[in-house]
Design a binder for this molecule. Structure first.
Ligand code: FES
Length: 321
C-alpha cells in the first residue's frame, strides 16, 4: 500500500518523558484499518525514518496514535518529535504493518516495560472489545513515568492491569508475577520493552516450562541471545575512594558482588534499563551491556558503567565509588 499523508492533530504528554502523537488523514477520510501490534514508519522532515507501534483502540479509524519516549541523546527521531513537531504539521507515514499479531487464545498475559506499553495497550483495548480475558503487567521506574494513566484508572471489564515501579522494589528482576508459576495451555504471552527486559522475561517463562510458541515479543530486529562464555575470566573492580579491590566472577554482576560486600549501590531495574546504577569509570575499559546509554555515550571519553549488568574488557576497572 502506498504511503499516506497525515496531519498532526493532537500532542499530549504521557508520563514524564513520553509524547503521545495523534495523526489524522490529510483528506479527512478514515485511515486504513489496523490491528493491535501493528506499527507504522514515520518519515520525518530531517530525513529520518523511524518505526513506531500504534496504540489506543484498533477500532478507531479516525486517527492513529503513537507514543514516543524522549531519548537522552537522540540523533534524530525522538528529539525531532519532542522538540520540533507541531500541531497541524503534515507528515508522511507508511500504511500499518504487522510484526506482532495477536493470536487467538483463551487468556492473555501481557508484560510491558517503559514505552513498550504502546502495542500492549492496543492489545488490551482489542481484547476488551472482544470480551477476552487478559492480565497486563506494566513496569516503569517511577510512578511519574506511567503513560496513559487515565486509561488505567478507568479500568477494564475483561482484564486486569498492574503498574509496577522498580524504584519501589517491584523490579522484574525479582521474578515474574506469580500468575506465571502455573503454565496454562490456552494462554499466550506478549512481551514488549527494552531487549534486556524481553530476554529476561522470555528466559524466565521458558524456565517455568512455558512453551516457546506461547511467547511473543515485539522486536524490530531479532533478540540477541545471551552468549555464556564458559572460558570467561572474572575481572577486578577497584574503588577509587578506598582502593579496595573485588573479584567479579563470570556468574555475578558487579552490583551483586558490591552489595554482598555491604556496599550501598543505587539499584532499580537491575537490567541496564533505568540508569540508577550508572557510575563513572576512572580507569579501565567497559564492556557495555546496558540499553539506557546511547552509542555516543558508550563511546564518549568520559565513561559510565551500569553496575547491574555491564562488565570489563580490561583486567581491572576502577570506578568512582
Ligand atoms: S539498576 Fe537500572 S540500569 Fe542498573
Amino acid at each position: 500500500m502506498a504511503n499516506l499523508a497525515v496531519v498532526v492533530d493532537r500532542l499530549a504528554r504521557q508520563g514524564k518523558d513520553n509524547l503521545e502523537i495523534s495523526l489524522v488523514a490529510q483528506d479527512q477520510q478514515t485511515l486504513p484499518q489496523w490491528h493491535a501490534g501493528d506499527h507504522i514508519d514515520l518519515y520525518l522532515p530531517n530525513q529520518v525514518i523511524r518505526q513506531y507501534s500504534l496504540t489506543g483502540s484498533p477500532r478507531d479509524q479516525d486517527e492513529y496514535c503513537i507514543c514516543v519516549k524522549k531519548e537522552r541523546q537522540s540523533r534524530g527521531g525522538s528529539r525531532y518529535l519532542h522538540e520540533q513537531l507541531r500541531i497541524g504539521q503534515t507528515l508522511e507515514i507508511s500504511a500499518p504493518r504487522s510484526a506482532f499479531p495477536l493470536l487467538d487464545a483463551e487468556h492473555y498475559l501481557l508484560l510491558a516495560a517503559g514505552i513498550g506499553i504502546t502495542p500492549l495497550l492496543a492489545m488490551a483495548e482489542e481484547l476488551e472489545a472482544q470480551q477476552k480475558s487478559f492480565e497486563l503487567f506494566y513496569y516503569v521506574k517511577h510512578s511519574m513515568d506511567v503513560a496513559f494513566t487515565k486509561r488505567w484508572l478507568k479500568g477494564f471489564q475483561y482484564g486486569q492491569c498492574h503498574v509496577l515501579c522498580s524504584a519501589e522494589g517491584q523490579s522484574i528482576r525479582k521474578g515474574l508475577p506469580d500468575v506465571f508459576d502455573t503454565v496454562q495451555a490456552g494462554t499466550q504471552i506478549y512481551l514488549c520493552g527494552p531487549e534486556a527486559f524481553m530476554l529476561f522475561c522470555q528466559d524466565a517463562c521458558l524456565s517455568k516450562a512455558w512453551q516457546a510458541e506461547q511467547i511473543h515479543f515485539e522486536a524490530f530486529a531479532p533478540l540477541k541471545q545471551k552468549v555464556v562464555d564458559e572460558q570467561q575470566q572474572g575481572f577486578i573492580v577497584r574503588l577509587n575512594s578506598t582502593g579496595q579491590e573485588f573479584i567479579i566472577p563470570p556468574d555475578k554482576t558487579i552490583a551483586q558482588v558490591l552489595v554482598e560486600q555491604q556496599l550501598s549501590i543505587p539499584l532499580s531495574c537491575e537490567m541496564g534499563m533505568c540508569g540508577a546504577c550508572l557510575t563513572r569509570v576512572c580507569q579501565g575499559e567497559v564492556d557495555h551491556q546496558d540499553t539506557v546509554q546511547t552509542e555516543s555515550e558508550k563511546n564518549a571519553s568520559e565513561q559510565y558503567i551500569a553496575l547491574c549488568c555491564s562488565r570489563a574488557k580490561s583486567a581491572v576497572l576502577e570506578i568512582d565509588l
